[in-house]
Design a protein around this ligand. Structure first.
Ligand code: PLP
Length: 464
């Protein structure tokens, strides 16, 4: 016995969350959970499932904000991490070339089919974006950055400077100077923005996470060409889309684009150990780390730690062994086809978007909130909230509501999701949307009443 007992700590703190619990962290967040039905405790996770204290099983289509590619508690990843702890390689020597970092870089480059690249490891998605911004600036000598409207690249200062949502930037200004927003998909505006050659890099998500917004056919190839003509680096933020989610190793492969730098994170972690990476052309990296003195100009303490590297290695092995990229494509087809069939007969659904297991269901607030007087712009958000709350409470399916100006429900389950669970999601949507529409907004009215009692509570809306 070690005197350390994790189970007893979980037992002591693991009841339904109280105001006292939340006071240690973020009390307003508990208000949000209470408002949305998420003030419950999940006690176990396995694959695409979560279990509550009563043993009830939920299908998790939030997927830890789309990081749970191989599902929760994948046995191969657990065993890999246990091996790492058993073997106990020396951690964080710092002045070394860590073998597990070499192994992961090697395997990752093969997985994404960029064998000539270099890899820079980081601890999260936003750090991947920060690193790419620094690399792009130093490599080009240009000060500026450009991004689409509605973009989401993370919430640290650099990444936030590329964020399309004013409400997320508000209160944190001034951000990085020289960042320019381009209306989503507007190639002429992009060309004009990059024309003065002051922009180091154009950052984009192959599919925007916020609202699940896809580029039109061929748009990204045009973007790549404009970047090439203006000497602007093209940076694909594949933190969410990368490593299988869209049914390809990289969504950029499907788009026919070879970005100069690719940001990765979420999936690589197995939802267990934070890890991220920038994969990019060697010539670009070598312009940044161009001398012995400058070999350390960008770094961080934990980035190549053995547990993170092990998690990444195990994830890539599971993705390959279980053919999860193809699985994401097939499960995604089943879900998208099912949702489109539903949309054809359900007026509450305005559109179904996405690729692989990154899917957005846009609701029609007018059809859904018929009969709701005078709630103005709130109605749109509330329609999305009402659907996600009901999916959770009535059907035990976790989905998130995304995008403030439209009611979009986002579905990003683990890639290991079974056909049965895909069908369960479809059935839950079918029943929920019909019920809410037939109820002529009664459930939405209920939510509004709750909000009226707690007017400063922000709705649970994903920022991603
Ligand atoms: N980039 C994209 C496209 C994302 O979706 C996210 C997170 O949702 C990030 C960056 C930030 O990643 P993290 O939350 O790990 O900082």
């Amino acid at each position: 016995m070690t005197g350390f007992d994790l189970q007893s700590i979980l037992d002591a703190y693991g009841g339904p969350p109280t105001v006292g619990d939340a006071a240690h962290l973020n009390p307003r967040f508990l208000d949000l959970l209470r408002l949305t039905g998420f003030d419950r405790r999940f006690v176990r996770g396995e694959g695409a499932w979560l279990f509550d204290e009563r043993g009830d099983r939920y299908v998790d289509a939030i997927g830890g904000y789309a990081c749970l590619s191989v599902g929760r508690n994948h046995p191969v990843v657990r065993e890999a991490l246990e091996q790492a702890l058993r073997i106990g390689p020396p951690t964080l020597v710092q002045f070394e070339v860590p073998p597990l970092a070499v192994a992961l870089a090697d395997r990752l480059k093969r997985f994404v089919d960029r064998p000539e690249d270099r890899v820079f490891f980081v601890n999260s998605g936003t750090e991947a974006v920060e690193a790419a911004m620094k690399i792009a600036r130093a490599a080009t000598g240009r000060p500026g950055f450009a991004h689409w409207s509605n973009a989401f690249h993370g919430l640290t200062f650099g990444a936030l400077s590329l964020n399309g949502a004013a409400w997320l930037r508000r209160g944190f200004e001034p951000l990085v100077p020289g960042c320019r927003e381009v209306p989503f998909g507007d190639l002429a505006a992009l060309e004009a923005t990059l024309a003065d050659r002051s922009i180091a890099a154009f950052f984009y998500e192959p599919i925007q996470g916020k609202g699940v917004i896809e580029h039109g056919t061929g748009v990204l190839r045009e973007v790549a060409e404009i970047c090439r003509r203006t000497g602007t680096l093209l940076v694909a933020d594949e933190v969410q889309t990368g490593l299988g989610r869209t049914g390809a190793a990289l969504a950029s492969d499907q788009d026919g684009v070879q970005p100069d730098l690719v940001c990765l994170s979420k999936a690589l972690s197995a939802g267990m150990v934070p890890v991220g990476a920038v994969v990019g052309r060697a010539a670009i990296f070598d312009r940044v780390f161009d001398s012995i003195e400058r070999s350390v100009v960008h770094s961080s303490t934990f980035r190549e730690n053995p547990l993170a590297m092990t998690a990444g290695l195990a994830v890539l092995q599971v993705l390959e062994d279980e053919r999860l990229v193809a699985r994401a494509a097939a499960a995604g087809r089943r879900l998208i086809d099912g949702l489109r069939k539903l949309a054809a007969r359900e007026p509450g659904i305005a559109a179904v978007r996405g690729r692989g297991l990154m899917i957005g269901l846009e609701l029609d607030p007018h059809a859904m909130a018929f009969g709701l007087p005078g709630y103005g712009s709130h109605t749109t958000t509330l329609v999305g909230q009402a659907v996600s709350v009901r999916m959770l409470v009535e059907h035990r399916v976790l989905v998130q509501s995304t995008a403030k100006s439209s009611a979009v429900i986002k579905v990003v389950p683990p890639l290991v999701i079974s056909d049965d669970d895909v069908d369960r999601i479809l059935e839950a949507f079918t029943a929920t949307i019909a019920d809410l529409r037939r109820g002529r907004g009664a459930a939405i009215r209920g939510l509004l009443d709750m909000i009226a009692r707690a007017p400063d509570v922000v709705l649970r809306e994903s920022v991603r």
